[in-house]
Design a binder for this molecule. Structure first.
Ligand code: NI
Length: 387
């Protein structure tokens, strides 16, 4: 059974919502207009409960099926945009310079609203659907804030599902995998303290440029020599700041970068080795180095049973030949990971076609996939809690 007919009929209406959100992007937790529109629409659809202000600016809607049932299924979309100057030239392009829906969260929000509308109208299930609209996916940890706000217990959510569009994947096709799908993203700063001197008198210095260079080089051995070749990890130094003048050896140097991992034990090992390498090399030269390692979003790990179920639903909507069930993990991160740590569930990619990449100023969400995404949400609820 493909895309639902009544969902196809609402595609233009939902696309209009999407374009309105696209014109008015909001960042981080400051998604006040977007959250207000979401809450207003959920009420208009006749949701049994609409609760704003979860995890600061998140919104939750509750839709009870026409038959009673114990099960509660959570569906999640993200609402925030990015600090990017839009270059799509579309008539509905951002009207706020420097803010842009460049990750398609406008499309995610619109599709979940469409699903809420369909589910509130039809209620063809036995149990409860909870639609979750989160702020601050792009770095602020809005998903974590909603979980920490007690959302899962308060609404009795048993399982939780998320969806993200993917440029490069055929429009309407789906991709997912059990286990790690997206990486943990950490950031680090290494501060090296040596001894400044005149550049013509290096013997009077403890040269933080030379020491920093050796640290950068040695950090490359963590992944190549320390991580199982069949596992994956990234250690990238992206900032090296030292000195201001051609004739001064700087007293301090600072390195910054990011670490991406899938397994907690690899993450622990990398953090430990970074500290050992930095302080060991610095000590060998009579300097000191301190590592400040900040853990970011954890790895997004799909649960096995829920992933198999999500794949089955996706195949029902788009056909089994359009569902990749063993897609390679990606090194990007996603804060739906916090929801998957709190409850079993699955995150799925929906193809956005041959568009510019995510976070690119030329990116745009493909409105043609709206009925596919809504049908996936609708069938997921109807299949998980059959009436
Ligand atoms: Ni995104």
């Amino acid at each position: 059974m493909p895309v639902i007919n009544s969902v196809s009929a609402m595609a233009d209406e939902v696309a209009a919502w999407r374009r309105d959100l696209h014109t008015h992007p909001e960042l981080d937790f400051d998604v006040h207009r977007t959250a207000a529109i979401v809450a207003e629409k959920l009420k208009a659809f006749g949701c049994d409960e609409v609760v704003p202000g979860i995890g600061r600016t998140g919104v939750v809607g509750v839709i009870k099926g026409r038959l009673p049932g114990d099960k509660v299924i959570g569906l999640r979309a993200d609402m925030d945009a990015l600090p990017i100057v839009e270059a799509t030239g579309k008539p509905y392009a951002s009207q706020t310079p420097g803010k842009m829906h460049a990750c398609g969260h406008d499309g995610h929000t619109a599709m979940l609203l469409g699903a809420a509308k369909y589910l509130a109208e039809t209620r063809n299930f036995a149990g409860t659907a909870v639609v979750i609209f989160q702020p601050a996916e792009e770095g602020g940890g809005g998903g974590r804030e909603m979980v920490n706000d007690g959302m899962m217990d308060r609404f009795g959510v048993h399982e939780v599902y998320g969806m993200h569009n993917m440029p490069g994947l055929e429009p309407g096709a789906f991709a997912l995998r059990p286990g790690p799908l997206m990486a943990a993203a950490d950031r680090f700063t290494i501060t090296i303290e040596g001894k400044g001197a005149h550049a013509a008198q290096p013997h009077n210095s403890i040269d933080t440029v030379v020491i920093g260079s050796q640290i950068v080089t040695a950090l490359q051995s963590i992944v190549s020599r320390g991580v199982d070749p069949l596992a994956s990890a990234v250690v990238s130094v992206t900032v090296f700041k030292a000195g201001e003048a051609f004739n001064v050896l700087p007293q301090t140097a600072e390195l910054k970068g990011t670490v991406r991992t899938f397994q907690p034990e690899v993450q622990d090992m990398i953090e430990r080795r970074m500290g050992e390498i930095a302080s060991g090399i610095a000590a060998a030269h009579g300097a000191t180095a301190t590592l400040n390692y900040e853990r970011g979003y954890p790895s997004t790990r799909n649960h096995e049973d829920q992933t198999a179920f999500a794949a089955k639903v996706a195949a029902e909507v788009s056909g089994a030949d359009k569902v990749i069930t063993d897609t390679p993990p990606v090194m990007g991160a996603e804060d739906f990971s916090y929801m998957l740590l709190a409850r079993p569930g699955a995150f799925i990619f929906i193809g956005n076609g041959d568009t510019a990449g995510l976070h690119h100023p030329g990116y745009d969400f493909d409105d043609s996939i709206i009925p596919v995404g809504i049908s996936y949400w609708a069938r997921l609820v109807e299949n998980a809690m059959p009436a």
